[in-house]
Design a protein. Sequence first.
Length: 449
Amino acid sequence: MLGLLRRAGHPITADPASAEILIVNTCGFIGKAKEEAVNTLLDAARYKTDGVCRTLIAAGCLVQRYADALREEMPEIDVLIGVTEYPRLAEIIDGIRASRLNGVVTPDGVRVPVVTAVSPVTVNTPVFECAPDTPRVITQAGAFAYVRIADGCDNRCAYCAIPSIRGPYRSRLIESVLDESARRVEDGVRELVFISQDTTRFGMKPGDSAARSRLPLLLRRAARLPGEPWVRAMYCHPVRVTDDLLDTLANTPGVCPYLDVPLQHVDCDVLRRMNRWGDPDSILRLLEKARGYGLTLRTTFLVGFPGEDDAAFRRLYDFAESFGFDRMGAFAFSPEEGTPAFDMPDTPPESVAAERLDALMRMQRSVSLARNKSREGGETDVLIERIAPHNASRADKGLGVLYEGRSQWEAPESDGVIKVRSVKPLVLGGIARVRITRARHYDLEGESI
């Protein structure tokens, strides 16, 4: 969106107090995300009185899902833009300015109607792409960039509202992804992180087997781009993790040997209720095969799902503890309107789900420390991303500079970091060879070689 606005000549500011038009890009996936989005919109609306804001725009998934409710319940919002209408953003803003639609009142005191641009998402809806002539504005810190390779989802997990928000799965063309990736590398990005709701379905048509996935090919080609970027894939569905993908992750220079495979659960009955694949034996076979390739393994679990009794949770806990994931995240079930799980019986109380989440993550904290300790004394390449906070006193004492970065075994924003001590200056965005000297629960410490 920022790239489209910049191309249309609209100046962009990161200071909301100085912006005449504020855009809040929302998430509508789970309860906490919706709450955060609403609170952010309310905070932004204050700039109509405390700043120079004249128009508040709500965009994204929350709008796509709840446009009517937002229109009725949040009069602070002037424009609603759904997930398919981003290409019209500049046009809508130009129209606002041309018609003096300023989000307050008309000259006769009547409030201007809310502008709504929300269209249904279908299988023929194209994936919004950064065209070659669209300057993308990179907002996240660090020498990495997310590249969306597809949108929508066909998995129909019982708890998930994404298909109703983002529509059915639609892949981008591989050449389009590679073109955007090449431009990101030319801009100085060192690591490309491929994302979608299900990256392993990339390039597949309905009815295709997992062998038809073009994700392995995309990874191999991206790793050969000029500049030799690191390439990482997130959100791999376990049913489409093939030998070709595992071999590509493990043996292709530049492709991070890292498998992110959200499992959600391991109890058979809970998985059936979730409309998810697998059972403990098949899941374990997949994980052991992936570990045999030498891959770092990350997963995500969902606790408190309807039907998860104490025995089902204990099976999940024991499985996770026994296998020992390198990285693991978890979250508590959030009942979402319009999903099959919303009305399912036997939902554990929120307090029980919170206790299970806490127990699972406390266990993983110990597992993570043990996995990290196995790396002490080893050497690894680290992408240097920033100078660590509170660093001045170290430099004054002649202790060198403390940097933060990641190896290919840590994904940005979801995993820990490596804190690197170095007497010699290191280049931000560059690669440094580092010896690991100490393991923390989630982070590592090392010194440049």
